[in-house]
Design a protein around this ligand. Structure first.
Ligand code: SF4
Ligand code: SF4
Length: 301
């Protein structure tokens, strides 16, 4: 069986302080970190016993996990398993990726977010260059806050043309945050921005969540995805495989990539292929649109 697992453990601490994030500068207690590490060890051991499955695993921590050695070691251990096809993780890339030097080629990918008010772009780009030198598949992304538009333009121009820069729509100030010309400008940077900004209704659509993709927490509890609370048993206790089936989505909207990537009616399986979990398109080359101005639009045209 081909199975995609989205793992989200207890860890919720982060070394950054993003204004748009509830986990900014949050600290986990020592007891929480010990339990998180024990949970992760159990998950890795479970994966090691699944020779009958083909696993792709995406870590979607609440906070930043790669500052913890036990996450770095878990990714390398998983990547060495023949039944693990891919392993990916969301990260702020604050840790230099040298720990990946011995990772099996192309098995680990990093879904990196640049937070321009948390770290200098030169420091971030040095880490991206190291990822490129190590041939680690990666995508780079930013939150589409209006104040970040100049930094988004600078990042797009600084990255290699073959590196995908995604932009997540910013919703904290309402669904009508963007002027039409601002959304158009962002679409010129991220060709899939519209899927994030204005996804088609998801209620009733067929989705791989619950069919060949599952959300799993540190205790092994299973759900179709991070956004649907239907319990599907426990990875370590129940015959969860017998419960997998295609089901219509119960939510009216699915506007996060880690969700809508699984929709059957969306293009990501075809266009991202093996890179889908790490948000890495199969083929990407950014071409500066004719007339594109790096001076980001602000407010009304
Ligand atoms: S880096 Fe990510 S987890 Fe950390 S505060 Fe910023 S948005 Fe939150
Ligand atoms: S469309 Fe999104 S919210 Fe609905 S089941 Fe799929 S991943 Fe979950």
């Amino acid at each position: 069986m081909q199975l995609n697992l989205m793992y989200r453990g207890r860890l919720a601490s982060c070394n950054y302080d993003c204004s748009y994030c509830p986990f900014a500068k949050r600290r986990d207690t020592r007891a929480t970190l010990l339990q998180d590490a024990a949970d992760l060890t159990r998950f890795v051991e479970w994966a090691g016993q699944q020779a009958q499955h083909q696993l792709s695993i995406l870590f979607t921590p609440w906070g930043e996990a790669l500052t913890r050695r036990y996450y770095r070691e878990a990714l390398l251990t998983l990547a060495a398993m023949p039944q693990v096809q891919r392993v990916a993780i969301q990260t702020n890339l604050s840790v230099m990726p040298d720990w990946l030097v011995d990772a099996p080629p192309s098995k680990v990918s990093l879904w990196c977010t640049f937070h321009p008010d948390q770290t200098p772009s030169a420091r971030f780009l040095a880490r991206v260059a190291r990822l490129t030198a190590l041939q680690v598949p990666h995508s780079i992304g930013m939150v589409g806050i209006r104040a970040f538009f100049p930094a988004i333009a600078d990042m797009r121009l600084a990255l290699p043309a073959t590196t995908y820069l995604w932009v997540n729509a910013y919703w904290d100030e309402g669904r009508d945050y963007y002027q039409a010309h601002e959304a158009a400008w962002l679409r010129q940077i991220d060709p899939w921005f519209e899927h994030n900004l204005s996804p088609p209704p998801s209620l009733g659509v067929a989705c791989r969540a619950g069919e060949s993709a599952l959300s799993v927490d540190g205790a092994g509890n299973l759900r179709p995805c991070h956004f649907v609370n239907e319990p599907l048993g426990n990875l370590y206790q129940h015959d969860w495989a017998a419960r997998l089936r295609t089901k219509p989505c119960p939510n009216p909207v699915c506007d996060c990539y880690i969700g809508y990537v699984h929709r059957h009616d969306q293009p990501f399986a075809a266009e991202f292929g093996w890179g889908a979990l790490g948000r890495v398109p199969l083929y990407f080359r950014w071409q500066r649109p004719v007339g594109w101005v790096a001076t980001a639009p602000q407010g009304h045209p």
